[in-house]
Design a protein around this ligand. Structure first.
Ligand SMILES: [Fe+2]
Length: 189
């Protein structure tokens, strides 16, 4: 898929930056720092692990919406083009909430596409364009994966006493996801 037009002589700068990085990682991806949140360390650790999965899947869902926003076509083009972008924006806000919750709990939020692709449970979409019915079905399935996770996580975080995380899962991830599913499902005959 690489279609770079960078001249051959300049390609060494892609591999080796002119300004080298002065330091490496200061916190490993798996490491969770203790934070003064008056929250049990085991609960924080377990919430970070679950939030990372939910974050990776929410980033994937957001990207799926953008893909379908760009690649929409057919008689419902204008409506779907706008709807997919609205939902992508709302998912983007959820991504920020989840990533910052991971950081608040002392973790390091998953961020880059390659890491997200390795973690997500949502099946990989083809690079090519799909029919609008297939786009809707793919989005509904991605939502179902996120909602399954969110419901399981809501129960676990409440039982562990991490009600801050529970609130984000229920009030934001679950509510927004359910509403978006309603909007999508109305297009299926
Ligand atoms: Fe756009």
């Amino acid at each position: 898929m690489n279609t770079s037009t960078i001249p051959r002589d300049d390609r060494k700068h892609v591999r080796e930056p002119v300004t080298p990085s002065p330091t490496g990682e200061v916190q490993g991806f798996e490491h969770v720092q203790r934070t003064p949140l008056a929250l049990d360390a085991t609960a924080a650790l377990s919430s970070v692990e679950s939030l990372q999965q939910l974050l990776a899947d929410t980033i994937t869902l957001r990207d799926l919406y953008k893909k379908h926003h760009w690649q929409a076509a057919g008689p419902k083009f204008y409506m779907l083009h706008l709807l997919f972008d609205k939902h992508a924006g709302q998912q983007s806000e959820l991504v920020d909430l989840l990533a910052e919750r991971v950081q608040t709990l002392g973790g390091v939020s998953v961020a880059m596409g390659a890491d997200v692709a390795a973690m997500t449970l949502i099946p990989r979409a083809p690079a090519g364009r799909e029919h609008s019915e297939a786009q809707l079905a793919r989005l509904l399935h991605a939502h179902e994966v996120v909602l399954l996770e969110a419901r399981a996580m809501a129960r676990l975080s409440a039982a562990a006493g991490d009600i801050g995380t529970n609130d984000i899962i229920v009030s934001d991830v679950l509510r927004v996801g359910e509403l978006q599913v309603w909007f999508l499902a109305q297009h299926i005959q």
